[in-house]
Design a protein around this ligand. Sequence first.
Ligand SMILES: C[S@@+](CC[C@H](N)C(=O)[O-])C[C@H]1O[C@@H](n2cnc3c(N)ncnc32)[C@H](O)[C@@H]1O
Length: 231
Amino acid sequence: MSRKNIQLTEKLEEYIFRFSVREPSLFRKLREETARLAQANMQISPEEGQFLNILTKISGARRILEIGTFTGYSSLCFASALPPDGKILCCDISEEWTKIAKRYWNEAGLEQKIHLKIGSALETLQVILDSKTSPDWAPDFGFGPSSVDLVFLDADKENYPNYYPLILKLLRSGGLLIADNVLWDGSVVDDSHQEPSTIGIRKFNELAYGDPNVDVSMVPIADGVSLVRKK
Ligand SMILES: C[S@@+](CC[C@H](N)C(=O)[O-])C[C@H]1O[C@@H](n2cnc3c(N)ncnc32)[C@H](O)[C@@H]1O
């Protein structure tokens, strides 16, 4: 029995795009605008975005926490999949990049569903965890342990292991953590890579794999996405 994943040729990548991606024109416009930035490669792919969208619908998530928003592509994918009473709290340190995101949230008519908190996401998570009421920057979002249905982790890679325990406390039982870039362009298996980001991702992968309190699946889509379900 084979343990191998299919190797994706350019033609197969095109085939996947052709027969699975139904990207709304506004999302495509955001990709085109982001492509003009020097940091454009931080944006998730449309294939991954659609994966996030379908996971949101399957999971029935109503409260989503996004760690790392950039110009807003993944947040659009989540927000457009939420039910009418659903909310997503987006965390980022950049006013400049999230200003672009805000424009697209408004154009998509999704701004009512999205809260944005600028600042260190580690601090933001701790505040939500310790709050006794919804913070004023995220009204109706929820607070305290077990208040979140789904978390998307896509920010500072060196801190992935530090985010992990906070996320596990914030997630309700049955809640889902989706962690991006868990293969980090292949560097996780290359010992010559010892930079903090690679070390952080390796440690995160080990933490999730060794944690008996979660179910885990590492999916080789895009740069690797781990699905971690709190038991
Ligand atoms: C890979 S990008 C996110 C891409 C985004 N999910 C998308 O779909 O386009 C990572 C983002 O994390 C943000 N970031 C980096 N360090 C952070 C921190 N300590 N707290 C919050 N956000 C941070 C960066 O400003 C950047 O916008």
